[in-house]
Design a protein around this ligand. Structure first.
Ligand SMILES: [Zn+2]
Length: 234
């Protein structure tokens, strides 16, 4: 996929071809939505993402793989270096779509970042910043041809929705603290009597043949020549 992995380019403010803009690793990407997003379903293979035209038209071997939703929205993103808004097509991941679903997006400014350890599958997290009044927002532009070019598929059509169900979001609740095992005092230990210790030592000597010869290099049950020797008489 020929998407813009480094959105800091180009360095001039002249006209340029609009590109697909994934949320990059590193610094947050600040975008102003020019319109809402539209979606397609995709698969992923070794060469990258593939457009899924639906189970009737998608090759079976491809359609067996996982279906991934991707949304696309016309945005202008803030070029801090140029102090200009650059038009591009934002790639909306499944996780980001859940965060912006159902909103009137035109004019909304969001800060987007990729959380995690730097892998390309890290979740995109969005934070709403502000809403610009309509007269301050750049005009919208058609994104279909940009996405068709990206997937090399002139038949690509929007209209898919994110197949993942909405996340279940619940607040934390107050309640009584649980009695954890670590909170309980340890059970009282009963010290062994001297008689019990002596009896245990005697039993170990009978069982394992422990004696002083061990300190002199003998094995507990065999002499220096490896011959068996009688157990202690205890
Ligand atoms: Zn498919």
């Amino acid at each position: 996929m020929t998407s813009a992995r480094n959105p800091s380019q180009p360095s001039s403010a002249g006209p340029r071809a609009v590109r697909i803009l994934p949320v990059p690793l590193g610094d947050a990407l600040v975008v102003c939505f020019l319109a809402g997003y539209r979606g397609i379903l995709t698969h992923y293979n070794r060469s990258g993402p593939l457009y899924c035209p639906g189970p009737d038209k998608c090759p079976q071997s491809t359609h067996r793989s996982r279906v991934i939703f991707k949304g696309y929205a016309p945005v202008a993103w803030w070029r801090k270096d140029l102090r200009l808004w650059q038009p591009d097509v934002l790639e909306v991941t499944e996780r980001l779509e859940e965060q912006i679903r159902g909103r009137e997006l035109r004019g909304e400014v969001w800060s987007l970042s990729r959380q995690g350890d730097g892998s390309k599958n890290d979740a995109v997290v969005g934070e709403f910043c502000q809403r610009f009044p309509a007269e301050k927002v750049a005009p919208c532009f058609e994104i279909l041809s940009v996405v068709q070019r990206c997937y090399h598929c002139p038949d690509l059509r929007f209209g898919a929705t994110n197949p993942l169900p909405a996340p279940v979001v619940l607040p934390m609740v107050e309640g009584e603290a649980p009695a954890l095992p670590l909170d309980r005092p340890p059970p009282a230990s009963v010290p062994a009597s001297q008689e019990e210790i002596d009896a245990l030592r005697a039993k170990m000597r009978r069982t394992f043949g422990l004696n002083r010869n061990r300190d002199q290099g003998d094995s507990p049950t065999h002499g220096k020549n490896g011959q068996a020797k009688p157990l202690p008489s205890e």
